[in-house]
Design a protein around this ligand. Structure first.
Ligand code: NAG
Length: 356
């Protein structure tokens, strides 16, 4: 990150003479694992179990029927911004062992990036104003959304919603692919970028996606919003880290039965308790000091610090189901059948969306 961030700063410096400090447009919410379980209060709201197992971080009030109000009222969060009781989740990763059994891959925490990357629709607008003057709005109260498609097993480079899903192989090589990595990775960092444009009306929709959109001009990681979804909001980017160091082959599968990685996706329930302070963050939590800046609106801990990630348990017990914590399973939970091809070759160029 630091190398490409420096490159970005250099490019912007030569182009428009803003200082490196002013291009700081991101803050992160750093989270420990909250739970790994088969529930989904967005896609399977109210159902005792969901289609597949999820890795979850954030507000502790995660249950089958978590509303935004419930999330806000969480007793605690596993994340490090004390104003944020949002809940973030993705499909859990498994490894297919040589004997055909499924081993739960340890989820070792997550980073959620809050990015100032998109601008409102305006007639005739072809590019966004400087990030020094353009501030995407806070995510609206009550917002729930999903990015990605659990059923994808192929990749269409022309589809912006598919480019928004990728995987970072972290050590010993360092590369990103839209498929699951093809190299051996100490960590597989599964990544999903969310659409940053809102229709201004709906807080959710039947498919949990159509109230949001990716930019009409630009890329999945930022640009000018479409007329149909004219309001630019802070863009979310999830990184979920799975400890894959001990696995020397590529036989991974996400919990919904996806061997390709293209079906990776993320879910978000807005649980910020102070949206004004969230909306001010990209004005006030700036510069090299980020959330440690004296004036940072997120810097509200008792000791003036932004808080810290912690280990917490969900307030409601997970479904009583063996999902792999006691050893490899004969079948994926809910008998999901793995489909798609294990990636054999690098299928896309290296992209680091958070550094654009
Ligand atoms: C790929 O995505 C583009 C843009 O969404 C779409 O127009 C095209 O039909 C897709 N191709 C396939 C084969 O699905």
């Amino acid at each position: 990150m630091s190398v490409s961030k420096a490159l970005l700063a250099a490019v912007l410096l030569s182009a428009s003479s803003v200082s490196a400090q002013d291009v700081y447009d991101t803050f992160t919410v750093n989270c420990n694992r909250l739970t790994t379980q088969r529930r989904d209060p967005i896609v399977s709201f109210g159902s005792p179990t969901s289609d597949h197992v999820h890795a979850v971080v954030g507000g502790t009030n995660f249950k089958a029927d978590t509303t935004n109000e419930d999330a806000i009222n969480s007793k605690a969060t596993t994340c490090d911004k004390i104003l944020d009781n949002s809940i973030y989740w993705v499909p859990q990763l498994y490894h297919i062992n040589d004997d055909g059994r499924y081993e739960l891959v340890t989820h070792i925490g997550s980073a959620i990036y809050y990015q100032n990357r998109a601008c409102d629709y305006e007639e005739g607008r072809t590019s966004c104003p400087s990030i020094k003057t353009n501030f995407a709005a806070a995510l609206p109260a009550g917002l729930r959304m999903l990015s990605g498609d659990k059923d994808l097993r192929t990749f269409n480079q022309s589809d912006i919603t598919q480019r928004a899903i990728n995987h970072h192989c972290v050590g010993p090589v360092d590369e990103e692919t839209n498929s699951l990595p093809v190299a051996h990775c100490n960590i597989i960092r599964a990544q999903v970028t969310f659409p940053p444009c809102w229709d201004g009306i709906n807080l959710d929709s039947d498919d949990h996606k159509s109230h949001m959109a990716f930019p009409a001009i630009g890329e999945f990681h930022g640009g000018v919003c479409p007329k149909s979804h004219p309001i630019a909001v802070i863009q979310l980017f999830f990184e979920f880290n799975f400890d894959t160091a001990k696995y020397t082959d590529r036989n991974f599968v996400f919990a919904q039965g996806d061997k390709t990685g293209y079906g990776f996706h993320g879910d978000f329930i807005n649980g910020w308790v102070d949206l004004e302070k969230l909306g001010d963050a990209h004005r006030t939590c700036t510069g090299a000091q980020g959330v440690n800046a004296v004036a940072c609106s997120l810097n509200v801990g008792a000791d003036g610090s932004p808080g810290h990630a912690s280990n917490q348990s969900p307030e409601v017990e997970p479904p009583n189901e063996e999902i792999g914590f006691n050893g490899p399973l004969d079948a994926l939970p809910n008998n999901k059948i793995p489909t798609g091809d294990t990636p054999q070759a690098k299928l896309s160029s290296r992209v680091f969306p958070r550094d654009y």
